[in-house]
Design a protein around this ligand. Structure first.
Ligand code: SF4
Length: 386
């Protein structure tokens, strides 16, 4: 399989709103599949129950919204409309359940709507802790995960034993390492690993079986280093704010074409939410809770002290020798847009240039964004700041 074939396959999965991969997986294994919304769920628990975790990242750029708009007011983001559209049009019938992790009121409301609309499906609002004391938030989160595991067993999955869960953690550790290697190679040689390719690989990973996906990423890493790709006179940037509703693929390509090497980003963040390995242990729920509490990346859906806001982003910029930040968030996304001024203040204090724009998953016009980020790149090349 060439790099092109790997990426073509990932793009096929990305565009497939009929979720043929999931249908085929269920037919082949006779098991069930459970969907989840951004940003993060402990996929290890779903996997340990013998089920396929399936990331639902909205409907993307091409889905026509016929009924979804009728469920929401005007001034909110786009992802709940397209997710409802997918649901009421039957495209998510292949899923036996849906998880809605705590991130914002929109997702919370969507979980309630899902319960009313799809009464025959398992629905859980996964309440992630915002208290990072392991005796409080940790215990709460362990209880949430155990409840999820019991629910999934009741739904027809396998009982989640410690052995099963440790095995799943091991497989997701392998996957996290492969993705970390992908991001490392992109940061070191961004002309080699195109961001649009890295993005499609990540998107494939939220649908595919975890072992199959790890192999795919490893094969890409092996093959791409043999490709001859030219270096461009691009600046190095970090993209921040796209952790939930995803930018259109054409927008991601447009950022690269405007003179920016993206060396860090936060899209499909659930796949990279935990840094490093989750420990294998007698109580694997404890390990997952510790990983969530102490080794999760900073993001707008997770509580941070005011004085810490922006430190993670500044560190990314410094560590990866980035020359600027592009704040790129969904329109009307409260978590991202409320956090942005605090992140921008931290960058200003450190004299790190940034530019900002908002998108929607179905944004169709990219020339304005390309001109903006192209001008940002030019100003950094000319003067070292915007
Ligand atoms: S895009 Fe933002 S506001 Fe909309 S569901 Fe996601 S986190 Fe919530």
């Amino acid at each position: 399989m060439s790099v092109k074939q790997i990426i073509d396959e990932c793009e096929r999965l990305f565009n497939d709103l009929d979720f043929s991969y999931v249908k085929e997986w269920k037919k082949r294994t006779g098991k069930k599949a459970v969907g989840f919304m951004p940003v993060y769920v402990p996929r290890e628990v779903i996997h340990a129950a013998g089920m396929l975790p399936v990331g639902i990242m909205g409907g993307g750029a091409d889905l026509e919204i016929i009924k979804g708009d009728a469920y929401f007011q005007s001034y909110i983001c786009h992802i709940p409309r397209s997710t409802i559209e997918l649901g009421v049009s039957g495209k998510l019938n292949v899923l036996d359940g849906m998880l809605f992790p705590a991130i914002c009121d929109v997702i919370r409301n969507l979980s309630g709507m899902w319960q009313m609309l799809f009464k025959d499906k398992y629905v859980k609002y996964l309440d992630l802790p915002q208290n990072f004391d392991k005796t409080i938030g940790g215990e709460f989160y362990k209880f949430e995960m155990r409840t999820l595991a019991e629910d999934l067993a009741h739904l027809g999955g396998e009982p989640v034993t410690a052995d099963h869960l440790n095995r799943s953690i091991q497989l997701y550790n392998d996957n996290r390492r492969a993705i970390a290697d992908l991001y490392k190679l992109r940061a070191e040689q961004p002309h080699l690993v195109m961001t649009s390719e890295a993005y499609l690989l990540l998107r494939a990973g939220i649908v595919m079986d975890v072992e199959e996906h790890t192999q795919l990423v490893r094969r890409y890493l092996h093959d791409v280093t043999k490709e001859k790709r030219h270096k461009m006179d691009n600046i190095r940037v970090v993209v921040s704010g796209a952790f939930c509703e995803q930018p259109p693929l054409a927008l991601i390509k447009g950022l690269e074409q405007s003179g920016c090497y993206i060396v860090e980003d936060d899209w499909v963040l659930g796949a990279r939410y935990i840094e490093g390995d989750v420990q294998l242990a007698a109580d694997p729920y404890e390990s997952l809770a510790q990983a969530y509490l102490f080794h999760a990346v900073a993001n707008a859906s997770k509580y941070e002290d005011q004085h810490e806001k922006g430190a993670f982003l500044v560190d990314q910029v410094r560590r990866l020798k980035a020359e600027g930040v592009i704040f790129c968030a969904p329109s009307f996304c409260d978590p991202a847009l409320l956090e942005r001024p605090m992140l921008a203040d931290a960058l200003t204090r450190e004299k790190i240039p940034y530019t900002s724009f908002n998108y929607s998953e179905n944004t169709g016009q990219f020339s304005v964004f390309k001109e903006q980020t192209g001008t940002f790149a030019d100003s950094i090349k000319l003067w070292g700041h915007s």
